[in-house]
Every structure is written in structure tokens, then in C-alpha cells.
Design a protein around this ligand. Structure first.
Ligand SMILES: Nc1ncnc2c1ncn2[C@@H]1O[C@H](COP(=O)(O)OP(=O)(O)OP(=O)(O)O)[C@@H](O)[C@H]1O
Ligand SMILES: [Mg+2]
Length: 226
């Protein structure tokens, strides 16, 4: 492989909205369906992705060959990693930590500048949406800065856990009004997420097939993933 990898992130300034689980599900679905070489760079010191990945390996035992790779790495080292090893991968997903303060979290902001596609999970109540507004401003800035350098950045929002909170519908309206392009498909609360080994098999289970497939198809279409 010699061409440049596509770099994606499932990101939001807000914590606990599903960034990590959605990253690992989409990365794995893509690896499985398209037989692509994919790595997730786990830049969150909580190591959620790394934990899920290790659990998966334990559940399946020693002979199990994971469909994707995961690397725990600090934000500051990401650019060097991409420069040196990016050519080995078709897709690199970056799991970006939540942000407390845009200025303080400058290295996190810079992670977003590495991406060409960003998907923003939104779980709504008034306060959540307010921080997503700020995040939208940040994305728009990144998009403009990158455009100046002929590097496109596209981003979309989607409602996560739609059936859990009624306020999610208000969140969707509010985000659209602010100019956020939203996925038509959302993700409901999936029972499958509570299983330790959910993501490898997400598209093979009845629930995954039914609820995740449309979202996954839209993800590929909107981000032009062939
Ligand atoms: N669609 C969903 N259905 C069921 N559970 C979900 C869904 N999305 C997220 N969750 C659950 O919500 C919790 C938070 O998800 P996750 O850790 O992916 O969020 P995060 O945005 O990465 O959080 P952090 O900011 O801490 O990194 C997890 O327990 C996850 O299983
Ligand atoms: Mg996370």
C-alpha cells in the first residue's frame, strides 16, 4: 500500500456520547465488509478503545485474529505516526478525548486537523447541544483553515440513542438550525452494546443488522467510502 490513508474521527467536545463505541463499530464493520487495513489511534488517556479491544481478544481466545489494529498513543505523537506508518493503512480512525476547554485542549484540536471526515454523535438536552454548538464552530474553523491548504474536511452530525431521550428531537432541530448537516439515520439504544464482544459481530446479529445497517450505509455514502 502506498497511497495516503483516509483519516476519520467520531468526535464531539462532549463526553459520554458514544464516540468510542461508534468508532470501534464503524472501523470493524468496514474492515470486515471491505477487507481494509484499519487502525484506531486511541488518543484518550482513559483508553476506552484499548479496553474494548483487549476484552474482545479475551472473549475470543488466543487464536482470534482481530479485524483491526489499535494503538494507544498521545495526541502529540499522532502526526509523526501518520507520516511514518500511515501508508500501511487504508483508514485511520482517531479516538479524540472529550474537551474541557478549547484553548487548554489545543493538542486535541490539532488532532481534528489531521482528519478528512468527522462524524459528531449528538445526545440531546439543552446543555449538551450548547457544547455541540461550540464544537460546530471549531469544525467550521478547521474546515476553512484546511480549505485554504486544499485539504477538504467534511463533517456530519447524527443523533445517538434516539429512543432514550425525547429531547433528542429538539437537539436535532437545534443543530440543523445552527447549520450542522445531519445524517438521516440515527442510532437507537442498542442492547448489543452491553455485550463485551459486540462490535466484531455487529452486522451479523439480528439487532445489528436491523438497526445499525442503515446508519452504516449512510456513513459510507456521506463520506464517500467505496
Ligand atoms: N447507541 C447506543 N446504545 C446503547 N449504549 C450506548 C450507545 N451509544 C453509547 N452507548 C453507551 O454509552 C456509554 C458511553 O459511550 P462511549 O464510551 O463510546 O462514549 P464517549 O463519547 O467515547 O465517552 P468519553 O467522552 O468518556 O470518551 C458506553 O457505556 C456505551 O456503551
Ligand atoms: Mg471515548
Amino acid at each position: 500500500m502506498s497511497s495516503e490513508p483516509r483519516i476519520l474521527s467520531i468526535a464531539n467536545a462532549k463526553g459520554g456520547v458514544g464516540k468510542s463505541v461508534v468508532s470501534i463499530m464503524l472501523a470493524t464493520a468496514l474492515a470486515k465488509e471491505k477487507n481494509k487495513k484499519i487502525i484506531i489511534l486511541d488518543c484518550d488517556s482513559q483508553g476506552s478503545i484499548t479496553d474494548m479491544y483487549e476484552t474482545e481478544k479475551e472473549v475470543y481466545g488466543e487464536e482470534y485474529v482481530p479485524l483491526i489494529e489499535v494503538e494507544e498513543i498521545t495526541a502529540r505523537k499522532v502526526q509523526t505516526f501518520i507520516r511514518r506508518f500511515g501508508g500501511d493503512y487504508d483508514y485511520i480512525f482517531i479516538d479524540v478525548p472529550r474537551m474541557t476547554d478549547k484553548k487548554k485542549d489545543n493538542s486535541t484540536v490539532m488532532l481534528l486537523y489531521n482528519c478528512d471526515s468527522i462524524l459528531v454523535p449528538i445526545v440531546g438536552n439543552e446543555v449538551d447541544v450548547l457544547s455541540s454548538f461550540d464544537f460546530l464552530t471549531l469544525l467550521e474553523e478547521a474546515k476553512n483553515d484546511k480549505q485554504d491548504m486544499d485539504e477538504p474536511l467534511s463533517y456530519y452530525g447524527f443523533i445517538n440513542r434516539r429512543n432514550q431521550r425525547k429531547s433528542n428531537e429538539e437537539a436535532e432541530e437545534a443543530m440543523k438550525k445552527e447549520g450542522m448537516k445531519m445524517f438521516t439515520n440515527s442510532l437507537p439504544d442498542l442492547k448489543i452494546f452491553t455485550r463485551p464482544s459486540f462490535y466484531t459481530s455487529i452486522l451479523d446479529t439480528a439487532e445489528g443488522e436491523r438497526r445499525f445497517r442503515d446508519f452504516y450505509e449512510e456513513f459510507k455514502k456521506k463520506f464517500k467510502i467505496k
